[in-house]
Design a protein around this ligand. Sequence first.
Ligand SMILES: Nc1ncnc2c1ncn2[C@@H]1O[C@H](COP(=O)(O)OP(=O)(O)OP(=O)(O)O)[C@@H](O)[C@H]1O
Length: 265
Amino acid sequence: MSTDRSTPGFVAIEQVRYRYGANDPAIVDGVDWAIPRGEIHCLLGRSGCGKTTLLKLAAGLLGPSEGAIRISGEALHGPSLHAGFVFQAPTLLDWLSALDNVLLPVSLRRRVTAADRDAARDLLARIGLADFATRRPAELSGGQQSRVALARALIGNPDLLLLDEPFAALDALTREELQDDLLRLCALNGTTALFVTHDIGEAVYLADKVAVMAAGRLAHRRRIELPRPRHRDIRYAPSFIAACRDLRDAMDGEAGTAASQRPAA
Ligand SMILES: Nc1ncnc2c1ncn2[C@@H]1O[C@H](COP(=O)(O)OP(=O)(O)OP(=O)(O)O)[C@@H](O)[C@H]1O
């Protein structure tokens, strides 16, 4: 898609509700959310509050029970062709090299060209894996596997990147490096991203805007005004710490509210 990347509401989630079964409670319960082109928005919330379900709705992997999801103004009726995905586990194919894993989305659609191979090598180089292109996943560390998964999601230069706690299993320092890789690659292509996490610091570091989800609703939203490009030193800035504290308070407040709304045992 070649429309203006500054158009507001590139991703528009409009009054969306979702129930897994017709008589089940709404897991996503009346969510409104607009993500302008080129922005990174983070969805923060405790385990089980509905984050992955909302991400699957945004991906078109689930269809809303009520409401609509639009990408660039068009209602989504199935898996989005314009989105790249990064899941909690890297989910690489063991028998393919790192390079061929990155090229997988292309090879599933058509014959891989020399230009595709160059693009994949370029992506691997940008995330520090230039010398690992021929290695199989088992010969890579967890952090390197996550980098390959990120490169695979970006190979088609998607307009939208959807990430579901992609770095949760990594140690803290590797996670910070991956966050920097992600910010660099998104900035390079103006990629719009929706990133699910339960880590407050990760959300503040990455996001233009953070939404706190509790019991299926977006209970609190906060724009993150920290300058870009962001550097890891910013994590010690008073404004960073204040944003983390505000979001933590929102999560604690919503946890109390959600608990008080649960039926008594
Ligand atoms: N396929 C399904 N069928 C029925 N219920 C489901 C299904 N998938 C998820 N749920 C329920 O929906 C609720 C929200 O799940 P979801 O995975 O969206 O939460 P989450 O916030 O992403 O949690 P986590 O941080 O632990 O991944 C949970 O109560 C879960 O049990």
